[in-house]
Ligand binder design. Structure first.
Ligand code: SF4
Length: 295
């Protein structure tokens, strides 16, 4: 399949014209692309969901990362939340943030994760999907449909912009993951295709310009907590979209703007560890400590 500029707006329009949910539209599209039945697509996604679930469990055990910069925060948040009657994040956001930290920490500890869309941003989508499952009682096949929606959104972003921090900064990684999660969330909670598009647009708009500046060049700091931030952005955007709040800028134009911002971003802010947090005094000291003179 050609990835020449796909259009989320065209897909949304097509789903609206067919009077189908965006999830069913995306399942049908994916089934045609893969040349298999819709049931088979869902079965394959369920296998991926199993890996995502394992990565959440692994991260909640509190592993330390290879570079030693992250680890144990998912567990810390989970224990704090369970010890409180009420927290400022509430049960949904607390759980989703803990799960996103868990997958990010599992990844940093060289555990097995699903790149969604990348390893660095792998915590966002599983966090949102499994929190939806537990807090809203969604079934595994419904989660699989959510994953297909997220994947479809990611395809459009990849075709019009980028999903790589080295090409577009962290907006392309954690921003895209957040947008994919937001669209999936709206679809799974009964929102219209149009509302899913607004959730994608709002998330990307709120993460536009986010740089990629990994300390010591490791996918640890700020990556793990950026996953948590993207979860928050996705939930905020999905909540607004479900309430009928719209993005003034159409979603395809927002994606194109992200591409343009990524192009303008200096190379020091695109995964080279030459700018941003990576070159703060602490960032440099940590790099020196981990790699000595070679870094
Ligand atoms: S800061 Fe860079 S390496 Fe880390 S998650 Fe973002 S894009 Fe990936």
């Amino acid at each position: 399949m050609s990835l020449d500029k796909l259009s989320l707006e065209e897909w949304i329009q097509s789903a609206n014209e067919k009077s189908v949910s965006f999830a069913d539209f995306c399942v049908d599209f994916q089934s045609q692309q893969m040349g298999v039945t819709a049931e088979e697509v869902i079965t394959r996604m369920e296998a991926i969901l199993s890996v995502m679930a394992e990565s959440i469990s692994a991260g909640l055990k509190g592993p330390r990362s290879k570079g030693g910069l992250v680890g144990g925060d998912a567990l810390k948040l989970q224990q704090y939340t369970q010890s409180q009657k009420k927290t400022i994040m509430g049960s949904f956001l607390s759980k989703a943030v803990a799960y996103s930290l868990a997958v990010g920490e599992a990844n940093a500890a060289m555990g097995r994760v699903v790149a969604a869309p990348t390893a660095g941003s792998s915590g966002v989508i599983p966090a949102v999907l499994f929190t939806l499952k537990e807090e809203f009682g969604l079934s595994q096949p419904e989660l699989a449909k959510g994953l297909i929606v997220a994947g479809a959104i990611g395809m459009v972003i990849a075709s019009r912009a980028s999903l790589a921090g080295a090409a577009g900064g962290c907006q392309a990684e954690c921003g895209s993951a957040g947008a994919m999660a937001a669209g999936a969330m709206v679809s799974l909670l009964g929102g219209t295709p149009t509302q899913a598009g607004h959730a994608v647009a709002i998330t990307l708009k709120n993460m536009l310009g986010l740089v990629c500046d990994p300390v010591a060049g490791l996918v640890e700091v700020p990556c793990v907590k950026r996953n948590a931030g993207a979860v928050g952005q996705a939930i905020v955007a999905a909540g607004m979209a479900l309430a009928g709040i719209e993005s003034v800028i159409p979603v395809d134009e927002v994606i194109d703007a992200m591409e343009s911002v990524g192009q303008s971003m200096h190379c020091s802010l695109k995964e080279t560890a030459q700018g941003g947090l990576a070159v703060t005094p602490t960032g440099l000291a940590l790099s020196e400590k981990i790699f000595g003179d070679t870094k």
